[in-house]
Design a protein around this ligand. Structure first.
Ligand SMILES: [Zn+2]
Length: 213
């Protein structure tokens, strides 16, 4: 905790100056983020760092395994839906990124079960939402014997599961149908900081390309 408190003071004394005008403007005008960024709670995946975004740029949802539940999942297992509705209908983001990652503990737990599951009933219920991803891996990826490769495949399939689920939310459907919202599936490799984006044409995750001018 001391490190956190020291960090807060260091930010106020050393860093805040560079951001003062930006924070004051955001305070005055409110937030106007361009993107809803859904990623994993993992401490190594920092949406703003890896995209070099500024305060006010991203509306971020972090949950265990960056799972987007199906639209018909309600109640305690779908707080993510609340963020999706708000970002899409009120903040009017133009893009949604779902970003999975390598070495994802949630994907390992999804495939291999939760250690000490009696102590974590909420985690078990949450991961159950992504059970279709586990089924896809068990049925379609039997050739992958390496544990890490299976987890990475699950992370990619889980991103596609999230994108498909997003399309079923009424708030998202409305914005997709008028062409004002775009969905993106990404995968972040922690060791190399490489980002891959799902290409619907090749049906592969390709290295994230710079937009052509
Ligand atoms: Zn993760």
């Amino acid at each position: 905790m001391q490190r956190l408190i020291d960090g807060v003071h260091r930010f106020r004394s050393d860093e805040f100056g560079a951001y003062r005008a930006l924070f004051q403007r955001l305070s005055r005008e409110g937030q106007n983020p361009h993107t809803l960024f859904i990623t994993c709670s993992d401490s190594r995946v920092l949406a703003e760092l890896i995209t070099q975004s500024q305060p006010g740029d991203l509306f971020v949802v972090k949950n265990v395994g960056n799972i987007v539940p199906p639209a018909n999942v309600t109640g305690e297992t779908n707080s993510t839906a609340a963020a999706i509705e708000f970002a899409v209908s009120t903040l009017n983001v133009s893009d949604i990124v779902v970003c999975g990652h390598s070495q994802c503990g949630a994907m390992h737990a999804l495939l291999e079960g939760i250690p000490n599951r009696a102590a974590m009933p909420h985690l078990e219920a949450w991961l159950h939402v992504a059970a279709p991803v586990r089924d896809v891996i068990h049925l379609g990826y039997q050739h992958l014997t390496d544990r890490q490769a299976r987890a990475n495949a699950a992370a990619e399939e889980n991103v596609l599961f999230a994108i498909e689920n997003l399309k079923a939310y009424p708030a998202v459907q409305a914005r997709l149908s008028d062409g004002s919202l775009h969905l993106h599936g990404w995968f972040f490799n922690i060791a190399t900081a490489e980002l891959f984006a799902f290409n619907p044409e090749s049906k592969q995750f390709d290295p994230l390309a710079r937009p052509t001018a």
